[in-house]
Design a binder for this molecule. Sequence first.
Ligand SMILES: [Ca+2]
Ligand SMILES: [Ca+2]
Ligand SMILES: [Zn+2]
Length: 320
Amino acid sequence: MSRVSILCRLSATALVSAGLVATGALTSASQAQVPREDQQCFSPATVVDPHEEHGSSAARGGFGPDHREISAQEQRAIEVRTQKKLEAQGQSPADASASFVGADVPVYVHVMRSKTGAGDVTDTQIADQIAVLNATFGGQESSTAAVTGLTFTLAGVDRFNNDQWHKDRQSTTYRAATRQGGANALNIWLVDFSYLGIATFPWDYARNPSIDGIRVNYTSLPGGSATNYDLGETATHEAGHWLGLYHTFQGGCTSTNDEVSDTPAQSSASSGCPEGRDSCSLPGTDPIHNYMDYSYDSCYTEFSLGQSDRMAQMWAAYRA
Ligand SMILES: [Ca+2]
Ligand SMILES: [Ca+2]
Ligand SMILES: [Zn+2]
């Protein structure tokens, strides 16, 4: 799938319940037609059987991977670009992470309800979601978790009744029409689609500011109906992408993998909570408890220190 800047987290239950796609019904050829510059992660017409997208990964819920592989070449270019951005500010990546004093991220939540009100969430769920973002980015779920210095404050909630938007159709249009704040503002659109979530990357903000943010399945909020994914940590995972993190299985069993040195290389996504999984001969067991793997919400407990440093660098380069 041709996604330069978008990552998607597939929801098996949503895929089935949405009735939008039948497994195997769509071909990778249709997906290949998505223009490279098209920031649309997918539309129902371009969703491909995730099992066939690439065989090495299993997404959350046992379905396929939630994103197009970013090539090693593209990944290198992004690293160079980020380093140049920081150098233009007179700092190295190491300087940027060392000097990061934290940031409070304003969060705008857009509840995209159907015409008849389906897909609504309560104000309590939204407050709980913000609390989960603060707990997870605050390192509160594990003694080894990084305290990132990033905090989240609810800045606004709006609700719409639009069947197209509710199903994440016209997503470029609805994001441009409803997005609020600058590069530092996290916009969360709650929709009912075949994925748990989709994110834009920080290095694409300048080119496409109007659609920057994360789309999250409304069933994944705390108290939602997405079994095993109902603790609000889909938003944590997508916010990780929004802050420049790759999946921990990015790049597979390579020393570069996700550009983070303290997340052991992983050949493919984990599903469930496979304690002791060790899918690469490179040092370390798979980081199954990392928010950037595909494990269950209940299995997620941490960002690593290296990921925290990377987010600080990305913040300085693209979102400060
Ligand atoms: Ca790594
Ligand atoms: Ca290993
Ligand atoms: Zn992801």
